[in-house]
Ligand binder design. Structure first.
Ligand code: ADP
Ligand code: ADP
Length: 229
């Protein structure tokens, strides 16, 4: 499902669309690990350790500077643009800063992954209504993201990340704006999805949540993988 071999990544010219330039130190150094289908991983490490950079590679937002990476069974170093685009549609991402489209209603923000799949509009309406009610935002479908609280925006971001039943979910601090009950509910969703075969990687600093939901940990320290277990 996910397989990294000696993956290094360095920010530089073209990092946003996949290249590694020559400037600066490496954000990730010779990282190797596997996550099987349906695996759940906590991604841990202090600020600057490389968590966001690793999530960026796993979400196909950049290519490794060196090393081998398979995502959803495809070798990324050889993948063409069309293959990457197809793979991205099977990944759900909860960004730390939500990245909602501020001018679109909540409904359309959440519908986006289904519209990219050209699903029929009546099906989209049912799915969006169901997921919005599940995250407690059934009454907010017509609101625009800037009208929502941080916690509500984070729940919209979560809804958008899971609505198309992606094979891989990547989440960067997905509970930092949620209360304890909401965070637990999200973890229960992740456990259910993982049981159904969804592979999930969650970067967090939420120690209470990690203690409450112990799972396999990937710990980064200064760009290196310090623990895998
Ligand atoms: P974490 O998510 O664990 O806080 P990051 O992946 O954000 O760690 O950062 C890892 C390293 O990469 C840090 O040295 C950071 O300064 C650097 N870095 C992160 N983002 C960028 C960027 N867009 N351009 C250049 N360097 C970056
Ligand atoms: P309100 O404050 O309007 O009553 P809440 O924020 O309490 O709404 O959420 C309403 C429902 O949605 C609750 O049952 C809550 O557990 C659930 N919920 C909230 N956030 C999430 C989330 N991130 N994932 C899943 N369910 C959530």
């Amino acid at each position: 499902m996910i397989r990294l071999r000696d993956v290094s990544f360095r920010y530089g010219d073209g990092a946003a669309d996949g290249g590694g330039g020559a400037s600066g130190g490496a954000a990730l150094r010779r990282i190797s690990f596997d996550v099987p289908q349906g695996g759940f991983r906590w991604l841990l490490g202090p600020s600057g350790a490389g968590k966001s950079s690793l999530l960026r590679l796993l979400s196909l937002g950049a290519r490794p500077t060196s090393g081998g990476m398979d995502i959803l069974g495809s070798a990324i170093e050889h993948a063409r643009r069309a293959t990457l685009a197809r793979l991205r549609q099977r990944i759900g991402i909860v960004h730390q800063d939500f990245r909602l489209l501020p001018d679109l209603p909540v409904f359309d923000n959440v519908a986006l992954p289904l519209r990219l799949q050209h699903r029929p509009e009546d099906e989209i309406r049912d799915e969006v209504e169901a997921i919005l009610s599940w995250v407690g935002l059934g009454a907010r479908a017509a609101s625009r993201p800037p009208q929502l609280s941080g916690g509500e925006q984070q729940r919209v971001a979560i809804a958008r990340a899971v609505i198309h039943r992606p094979a891989l979910i990547l989440a960067d601090e997905p509970t930092n704006a949620l209360d304890d009950a909401q965070a637990s509910r999200l973890m229960e969703l992740f456990q259910d999805l993982s049981g159904l075969g969804t592979t999930i990687v969650v970067a967090t600093h939420n120690d209470a949540l990690i203690r409450r939901y112990p799972a396999h940990e990937l710990e980064l320290a200064q760009g290196r993988l310090a623990r895998d277990g």
